[in-house]
Each structure stands twice: as structure tokens, then as C-alpha cells.
Ligand binder design. Structure first.
Ligand code: UDP
Length: 324
């Protein structure tokens, strides 16, 4: 079995490549290295190239027998998507369409898509299940929801089978310490808190203490990157066995507040972390927690790193290695 991992040099994609190799799959990674790192791709074949390049895509699909595609290559910064929607629609939508068209042309019919809880927008009920209305509130979320709808059309028209995995807050790092989160600039809470703990950064900001939550800070559902990758394997397995297209939430169903996250980081790192209060960040819902019952039931997904302390410990292991 050979899987094409698009965006395999990025945070989640690189963990996926490692897991696929460990489970005996053939892996070809395609990445333009715009935000990823070549040294994060721990094996398999690496192709440096862009999804906008249809000639390259045709070459990749002609020269390899690809059994399925996992697509991680997208821009992920919500604020930037509001400032520069073209960047998000061009890469996350148009380039994905290019990839899907190349797949159809070469008769590759299995696709796992990295979607997001951002497709739901401001929740009207929590925990959020897959039937919750899709009202994305920024171009990032809209780009993911547009692709999900394109995938439904491509299933009907071309029998291209897909699984959309709606990640809640991807977090943590490779338990072996070989890989982790390396965003530039970093905007995510856990790496920022840990950088404040290691001294790479002076402090961390808390964006709002006046939310309608027990301690006033936002609540999120953090899910370990390795558990996300397991779900991708199970999703691909579903399609390889002839299963139908579907969309699943991926989260632990446990919400933790920003303050609880900082407290956990203090405990795990045994460091003082300088915290500054800051105004709310635009577009942040108070609570985002997944109901992932469907993924547990239909994919037999069973996250093994659902303890916040474990997630933070693995991320800390990576932060210490990087800041040495
Ligand atoms: N957050 C924060 N300070 C930061 C970064 C994030 O207080 O420096 C908060 C943010 O407002 C949100 C939560 O931490 O409530 C998780 O944010 P992150 O950007 O990690 O993920 P998101 O929920 O936006 O996908």
C-alpha cells in the first residue's frame, strides 16, 4: 500500500509519515516547504513541489501507484485568513481542487482530508456533533467547509471516496521526541506557554478572562497529534475496505480552559510562567468541545493520549530539545 501524504513536512503530516512508515506503508510525501521542514520527513520518498503545479501532480500519479491520498497541506491561521482571504482560498480550496482533479484523472479514489472544527463557527450547542450547523465565521473555516462540499460532489460525480476529519485543537508531539510543533510564527497556546516556560519567550498572553466559563478563559478540546494520526489510518482503512465517504469530529470530549492549560504547564515543566492578560482575540468562541462518538463508533477510534498532562509533557519534551 502506498499513501501520498500531501503536506507531510508539516506538524501533523510529519507525524503521519512516521506512523505510516512504522506500520509498513509505502509513503510518498509532497510538500512545497512553505511552512514545513524537510528534516521532519523521517523517511519514504520526498517530492518538493506545489499543489498548484498540475504537471507535477500528473507526473506523481503517473510514476507511482498511489492507493490513497492524505491531504494536510493548508494554511491554518484564522487571523491571517481574515486579512488575506485570497491566500486561503487559493491554497486551501483551489489547490485542493487541483489535487482532486489530478486524482480523478489518474483514477485514485481514496482521500483523507484535514478539516477543522472551524467549519461549525460559533457553536449553538456544546459538545458539538457532526450534525451541528456549519456556519464558519472566517475564511479559514469557510475554505475547509467548501472543500468538504466539493468532496461530496466528487463522490457523486466520480465515486471519489473521502473522509473529512474535523480536528478540534491538535496538540502534543511525537512520544519518542523526534517530531513536534514548529510553526513560524507560532500562534498556538501550548507551544507559546511552553516557550514562556523554557525562556525562549518572556511571557504568554491570556486572550480574555471575561468569557462565560467557570474561570473566565476559553475552553478547548485538545487532542494529541498521534491520536489524530491513528484516526487517519483508521479512516484510510475504512476506504480501502470499500467504506463510504464520511465526516468525523476528532476530539477527546474534554474541555480545558486556557488557565487550566497554563496551570498544567507549570506543573509539568516545574517552571514559573509569566502570564499577561490581554483582550479577547477576535473570533474565539468561549467553548469548543467535540462529541466524537461517531469516530469512536464507526472508525473504532480510541485515543490513547487523552490526558492533558501527557499532551503537555510530550510537547515539553519537544520544546526542551528545540531550545537547547
Ligand atoms: N490563546 C491565548 N493566548 C495565546 C494563544 C491562544 O490565550 O497566546 C487562547 C485562544 O484565545 C484560545 C485557546 O488559547 O481560546 C486556543 O488557541 P489556539 O490558537 O491554540 O487554537 P484555536 O482554538 O484558535 O484553534
Amino acid at each position: 500500500m502506498t499513501i501520498l501524504v500531501v503536506g507531510g513536512a508539516g506538524y501533523i503530516g510529519s507525524h503521519m509519515v512516521k506512523m505510516l512508515l512504522g506500520r509498513g506503508y509505502g509513503v510518498t510525501t509532497l510538500d512545497n516547504l512553505s511552512t514545513g521542514y524537510r528534516d521532519a520527513v523521517l523517511g519514504g520518498e520526498f517530492i518538493h513541489g506545489d499543489l498548484a503545479d498540475r504537471t507535477l501532480l500528473d507526473k506523481v500519479f503517473s510514476e507511482h501507484r498511489i492507493d490513497g491520498v492524505m491531504h494536510f497541506a493548508s494554511f491554518i491561521q484564522v487571523g491571517e485568513s481574515v486579512q488575506n482571504p485570497a491566500k486561503y482560498y487559493e491554497n486551501n480550496v483551489v489547490n485542493t481542487l487541483n489535487l482532486l482533479n489530478a486524482m480523478v484523472a489518474h483514477d485514485v479514489k481514496r482521500f483523507i482530508f484535514s478539516s477543522s472544527a472551524a467549519v461549525y463557527g460559533e457553536p449553538i450547542r456544546v459538545p458539538i456533533d457532526e450534525t451541528h450547523p456549519k456556519n464558519p465565521i472566517n475564511p479559514y473555516g469557510r475554505s475547509k467547509w467548501i472543500v468538504e462540499q466539493i468532496l461530496a460532489d466528487y463522490d457523486r460525480a466520480h465515486a471519489l471516496k473521502s473522509v473529512c476529519l474535523r480536528y478540534f485543537n491538535a496538540a502534543g508531539a511525537d512520544p519518542d521526541g523526534q517530531l513536534g510543533e514548529r510553526h513560524e510564527p507560532e500562534t498556538h497556546l501550548i507551544p507559546l506557554v511552553l516557550q514562556a516556560a523554557s525562556g525562549r519567550r518572556e511571557s504568554v498572553q491570556v486572550f480574555g478572562r471575561d468569557y462565560d466559563t467557570p474561570d473566565g478563559t476559553c475552553i478547548r478540546d485538545y487532542v494529541h497529534v498521534t491520536d489524530l494520526c491513528e484516526a487517519h489510518l483508521l479512516a484510510m482503512d475504512r476506504l480501502l475496505k470499500g467504506g463510504s465517504s464520511a465526516a468525523f469530529n476528532l476530539g477527546n470530549g474534554n474541555g480545558f480552559s486556557v488557565q487550566e492549560m497554563i496551570d498544567t504547564a507549570c506543573k509539568v515543566t516545574d517552571k514559573d510562567i509569566q502570564v499577561n492578560d490581554a483582550p479577547r482575540r477576535e473570533g474565539d468562541p468561549a467553548r469548543l468541545v467535540a462529541d466524537a462518538t461517531l469516530a469512536r463508533k464507526e472508525l473504532s477510534w480510541n485515543p490513547c493520549y487523552d490526558e492533558l498532562e501527557t499532551i503537555v509533557r510530550h510537547a515539553w519534551q519537544w520544546e526542551i530539545a528545540g531550545s537547547r
